[in-house]
Design a protein around this ligand. Structure first.
Ligand SMILES: Cc1cc2nc3c(=O)[nH]c(=O)nc-3n(C[C@H](O)[C@H](O)[C@H](O)COP(=O)(O)OP(=O)(O)OC[C@H]3O[C@@H](n4cnc5c(N)ncnc54)[C@H](O)[C@@H]3O)c2cc1C
Length: 401
């Protein structure tokens, strides 16, 4: 397989690189990157809401808020190859994409299943880059087995009345809208009695309770619904078909390339630390095992990148990477955890200090924060066990246990 860019792809890569170089606010550039897939820490260099707004506005002006959306809906209409290059270059330059739930999930679902009125009402706000959406799917008794969800939505005239609870809802406290799965027919088989709603987060009866994560940050929430009314006009697709509506994805690239790129950055910084910082060099010299660990992580970061290339090369040929996307997610999330463990070994006892500053704090405390954050990598976006089930059944055709 030849993974090199074509001439046209090389030109596009240059275009993305130049755009980021010119437009990314300096606060992003000068910050020390926080590590780990779901790391919510703001680190030492504070990026202000204004920096975020500026960057999103510039992406919006360039038409790059939604790289995968068709042009007819205001997206960039990038094919899979260009999406990959875009995501790879953004990750290389540590520039945040504007993706998230709004661009990655809500918009494509509304485009595919929504009415013209729903498209006109919701898509422009997403494309402006100024709206945040959250995903109200998981419940205390429904995570991997999402179809067991119990939150009820009962028809009452032109509205539905919603009661129940969601959990782990990232960003609910800062979101304008939620995409919500709720049970509308409790008597139907579990996948068939669910509907897909857009919920205005200002609706009366919503109670958002923070869940503080392992880093001490408020990123996800429990959300309680007490007789919350949602208009019928906010059901996306047919009533009771929400399970299938929720499974919509556009032709997004699914290669985990941003994480693969980040893994290369982390091991690069660890090796630099071992070489250049006195304590690091001593530890690496004293403990031969550490040198081997760093060598292994370097190779594994390359493997992660090759797995991403494998996924993208399939998608470019019109194939659907099913087990391959699961292999890439499984490998990068578990590598994330191994990488952070290696970092902790390298930094030694002082490396456990998660403080952002201090004479004895190596690497601004980023490694222990990354280490803590990495514990969630194998849960969010589908657990390792679920990925292994997909690989076993859909990938190598093993019987269901
Ligand atoms: C950082 C983060 C952000 C999140 N953000 C959101 C969000 O915004 N919105 C949202 O709706 N949810 C969100 N989630 C929730 C996430 O989708 C769930 O945590 C995930 O689907 C797992 O569900 P669970 O926590 O209920 O665990 P469970 O499904 O209860 O799993 C518990 C354990 O059992 C294992 N297990 C379960 N089923 C099987 C099986 N069939 N075979 C083998 N092993 C199995 C799992 O692998 C796991 O080890 C987030 C989670 C994280 C970590």
């Amino acid at each position: 397989m030849d993974f090199r860019d074509s001439a046209e792809e090389t030109a596009f890569r240059e275009e993305v690189r130049a755009f980021v170089a010119e437009n990314l606010p300096s606060a992003f550039r000068s910050r020390e990157p926080e590590w780990g897939m779901f790391n919510t820490s703001r680190g030492r260099t504070v990026i202000t809401p204004e920096d975020n707004r500026t960057w999103r506005k510039r992406l919006a002006a360039r038409g790059w808020i939604a790289p995968a959306w068709p042009k007819s809906y205001g997206g960039a209409g990038m094919d899979i190859g260009r999406q990959f290059i875009f995501n790879e270059e953004m990750a290389e330059q540590r520039a945040p994409g504007a993706g998230g739930i709004a661009v990655g999930w809500s918009g494509p679902t509304i485009m595919t299943h929504g009415t013209e009125e729903q498209k006109a009402r919701f898509l422009p706000g997403i494309l402006s880059g100024e709206e945040t959406w959250c995903q109200g799917f998981s419940e205390p008794g429904a995570g991997s087995d999402l179809a067991s969800l119990q939150t009820r939505a009962v028809r009452d005239g032109d509205d539905y009345v919603v009661n129940g609870q969601k959990i782990w809802t990232s960003g609910a406290h800062v979101s304008q809208y939620m995409i919500l799965l709720a049970r509308t027919d409790p008597d139907a088989p579990k996948h068939r009695g669910i509907s897909f709603f857009v919920l205005d987060m200002k609706s009366p009866g919503i109670n958002i309770q923070p869940l503080i994560n392992i880093l001490g940050d408020h990123s996800f929430n429990q959300v309680y619904f007490d007789n919350v009314r949602i208009s019928r006009a906010n059901v996306i697709g047919e009533e009771n078909r929400g399970w299938y509506v929720g499974a919509t994805t556009l032709d997004f690239e699914r290669s985990s390339i941003a994480t693969s790129v980040q893994m290369g950055h982390v091991v690069g910084e660890l090796v630099r630390f071992a070489r250049n910082v006195e304590g690091g060099a001593n530890r690496a010299r004293q403990q031969r095992g550490l040198r081997a660990e760093l060598a292994e992580r370097t190779v594994e970061a390359q493997v992660a990148r090759l797995l991403s290339y494998q996924v993208i090369s399939m998608q470019k040929r019109g194939l659907i990477p099913n087990k391959e996307a699961s292999v890439a997610k499984l490998y990068t999330s578990e590598l994330d955890q191994r990488m952070m463990r290696t970092g902790m070994h390298l930094l030694g006892l002082y490396g456990q200090l998660p403080d952002r500053e201090g004479p004895r704090v190596p690497l601004s405390g980023r490694m222990p924060r990354g280490y803590m954050a990495s514990t969630t990598a194998t849960i969010g976006g589908g657990t390792s066990e679920i990925q292994r089930n997909i690989i076993a059944t859909r990938g190598i055709g093993l019987p269901r246990g």
